[in-house]
Design a protein around this ligand. Structure first.
Ligand SMILES: Nc1ncnc2c1ncn2[C@@H]1O[C@H](COP(=O)(O)OP(=O)(O)O)[C@@H](O)[C@H]1O
Ligand code: SF4
Ligand SMILES: [Mg+2]
Length: 324
């Protein structure tokens, strides 16, 4: 599949949430969940998006597919600006863009059978006879490693991995082009994680899918992503091809994230870089580099000036004053 054509073009995306200062308080603060993020995803590519919990990964994914309206910026899908589209204009794009969530149990209505769950999006976006639908769903279940006998069962009758397979079949039932996979393996046993990642890759090859693959650490994301973006407090701090990121992690935050998975590997001689403290609250407006409160390289300049993403090698961008 040609990977030179851009399918998703995110430009200066910002998503701010108004948050009440206190229960009864009228004044609100602004939580900058996504704070000026730009990147592109090419057709047939998987872009990984990685960062600690709360850094804005899900909000980015949900904004891209317009599950959220965003505060400013643009998302072009196949050249169409989704930013100001009304629901009616968005409908054809809702079919082309799907999302798989972390917890397949809460995203699958427990009162619906597998057949009903997978039929639901198909009914919204297409017209099928009952027979066509059954045949199509049987084929889909086979592709995600389930059986057609499973159609009449309910979500609670399946394991976590199988439930995620149902969610994937549901997302694919409308034949999308782009899928946001929002931590689809984080809630699964380690032994099942690789199976689901392999399956997502097979499905990608078969259907020519483009993925945004969200993960909170760097352990599995390497195997599925062509490129990876690292997020910290609503911003992208590093972006590179997968192998380049693992071989030359350049932002101090990426280095810390990577060291935390490498020390878990007994073959690795890497010393763990322990990040001090939690990230600052996204409500507090840290001036300068947002990582400076946890960075061992921070200088005075880091408090004054926020670093911008710049290219340090072909296709490798970093936002850090160490590279100025
Ligand atoms: N609907 C919401 N209202 C207010 N704050 C939110 C909402 N959704 C997410 N947030 C906040 O936005 C930040 C980013 O959240 P999220 O995108 O879920 O992060 P991640 O997916 O990386 O864990 C967090 O501080 C979170 O508390
Ligand atoms: S800009 Fe400064 S504080 Fe931020 S990551 Fe680079 S060295 Fe650390
Ligand atoms: Mg999330």
């Amino acid at each position: 599949m040609a990977q030179d054509q851009v399918l998703v073009d995110v430009q200066n995306l910002k998503k701010y949430f108004p948050v009440k200062k206190s229960l009864f308080g009228r004044s609100t603060q602004v939580l900058k969940a996504v704070d000026d993020v730009s990147f592109q995803i090419r057709k047939g590519e998987t872009l990984g998006l990685v960062g600690e919990s709360g850094c804005g990964k899900s909000t980015t994914g949900r904004s891209i597919v317009r599950l959220y309206d965003y505060s400013s910026g643009h998302v072009y899908f196949d050249g169409h600006d989704l930013a100001d589209m009304k629901e009616k204009q968005l409908k054809p794009f809702r079919k082309r863009m799907q999302t798989i969530f972390q917890d397949p149990y809460s995203s699958l209505n427990p009162g619906m059978t597998v057949f009903e769950l997978i039929s639901e999006p198909m009914n919204i976006h297409g017209t099928y006879t009952e027979k066509q639908r059954r045949e199509f769903i049987a084929g889909l279940l086979d592709k995600v490693g389930l059986k057609k006998e499973h159609m009449s069962r309910y979500p609670h009758e399946f394991s976590g991995g199988q439930r995620q397979r149902i969610s994937i079949a549901r997302a694919l039932s409308v034949q999308p082009e782009f899928v946001v996979c929002d931590e689809p393996i984080s809630a699964l046993d380690v032994s099942v994680q690789a199976q689901v990642v392999n399956m997502l890759q097979d499905l990608q090859a078969e259907f020519g899918l483009t993925y945004l693959f969200i993960a909170h650490d760097l352990s599995m994301v390497r195997y599925i992503s062509n490129r990876i973006g690292v997020m910290y407090l609503g911003q992208i701090v590093e972006m590179a091809a997968s192998d380049e990121l693992y071989e030359h992690p350049s932002h101090p935050y990426t280095q810390a994230l990577l060291s935390s998975i490498l020390v878990a590997d007994p073959r690795s001689a890497t010393e763990r870089i322990v990040l001090q403290g939690d990230p600052p609250s996204p409500l507090s407006d840290v001036g300068g580099c947002k990582f400076r409160t946890r960075c061992s390289h921070a200088t005075e300049r880091c408090a004054l000036e926020s670093p911008r993403l710049k290219e340090i090698a072909s296709g490798h961008q970093v936002a850090c004053h160490l590279y100025d």
